[in-house]
Ligand binder design. Structure first.
Ligand code: SF4
Length: 367
């Protein structure tokens, strides 16, 4: 079931969202049990492989170059470092790694070559690999798919109407195009939103309606609560109530019974009881690790303790879809060949120079 036909209009979905909370949670829990194993929660890790300096103006984001925020910006990480971090995340129980780069769009350059290599390496560790790199063309999506990318994340953030109050540097339609490019390349889609940015309940429902209008709604829908960061335009936004996040998780679960609903940013403000209600209401994944790109998140062991208290089990990778194959990348192969040729030429030139350099010539003084 792509979406729940009982709630396919804005009115019916809003009515669902506004139901008495426990009835809503009960309905969501019933659906969750029908389509998913309610004892399993996927632990995912999020790694910022390139932080800050983004030319976009997303009002919630500390990585936008135009805002003065206290983040440690860095260029793209080395492949080896990323693979090391992926290994640690896996050892700590994560079965999915999401790599994020603060780019407006992917460019066909050496940085993208590195991402392709990272995807290959993480997929070969038998972890689900997800990337969030900004706008993506069809060819770039195909290249990532070929490297073994499991999912591409590109959030719609909010309703089409509210979106322009938060972001002006790219259109809602451009986001839809990127999602379509990932989808056409055969990559699973991860796309969700942020609540607490000043939107209305209708906007929250509007976000879900945008997914209902898709031929295939996302397989994964992250629900975030705004983490208001000093220096961003939304810095003074009042934190949302935990109940609102529970409502949004439950409504999303009911609307898209087969998708994985991910309880994402904003968990540091939730107590364990509220998170338990989110799991009950259908959240099937959390992000583990003390950072969510640049914003705080509970520590690995805190989460492990929570799962153990609640009797929940970490979900294995590729439980929902088969692992993509890691195929050789012709561009990487060609680049490596060129590098090897250059190295050999340098070595040969050095040896030739040494051969013709006069040796053991006695200095004039010693004659
Ligand atoms: S959310 Fe992404 S696109 Fe928007 S400013 Fe942040 S890094 Fe850039």
């Amino acid at each position: 079931m792509k979406f729940n036909p009982e709630y396919s209009t804005k009115e019916s979905l809003l009515e669902l969202y506004q139901k008495p909370l426990l009835e809503l949670v009960f309905e969501a829990a019933t659906i969750h049990r029908k389509y998913h194993n309610p004892r399993e929660v996927q632990m995912s890790s999020l790694l910022s492989i390139k932080t800050g300096g983004c030319p976009e103006d997303c009002g919630y984001c500390p990585q936008a170059a135009r805002y003065h925020t206290d983040i440690n910006t860095h260029k793209i990480m080395d492949v080896e470092e990323v693979l090391e971090q992926a290994k640690n995340a896996k050892a700590n129980g994560s079965s999915r790694l999401c790599m994020g780069a603060a780019w407006r769009e992917v460019r066909d350059n050496k940085d993208f070559d590195k991402v392709v290599e990272m995807v290959q390496g993480v997929n070969d560790m038998d972890m689900e690999v997800c990337c969030t790199l900004g706008m993506l063309s069809e060819n770039q999506a195909k290249r990532l798919k070929n490297a073994g990318l499991f999912a591409y994340n590109h959030n719609l953030d909010s309703s089409k109407e509210f979106y322009k109050d938060v972001i002006s540097t790219r259109e809602y339609e451009q986001r839809l195009d990127t999602i379509e490019n990932a989808r056409s390349a055969g990559i699973s889609v991860c796309s969700g939103g942020i609540i607490g940015m000043g939107e209305t309940e209708e906007d929250r429902i509007g976000l879900l309606m945008s997914y209902m209008e898709m031929e295939n709604p996302p397989e994964s829908i992250p629900i975030n609560a705004l983490v208001a960061v000093e220096g961003t335009p939304l810095e003074d936004q009042k934190p949302i109530e935990q109940w609102e996040l529970i409502r949004m998780v439950a409504t999303t679960r009911i609307a898209f019974p087969e998708s994985v609903v991910r309880l994402s940013a904003g968990r540091t403000k939730m107590n364990m009881e509220a998170q338990a209600l989110c799991f009950m209401a259908g959240a099937g994944s959390i992000f583990a690790g003390d950072k969510l790109l640049t914003t705080p998140n509970p520590e690995f062991n805190e989460d492990q303790e929570m799962l153990s208290i609640l009797g929940l089990l970490p979900k294995a990778s590729f439980s929902d879809a088969p692992q993509p194959e890691t195929k050789p990348d012709p561009i990487l192969i060609e680049r490596k060949r060129q590098e090897e040729t250059r190295e050999k030429e340098l070595k040969d030139a050095k040896e030739t120079k040494n051969k013709f350099e006069p040796r053991n010539i006695k200095s004039v003084d010693s004659l």
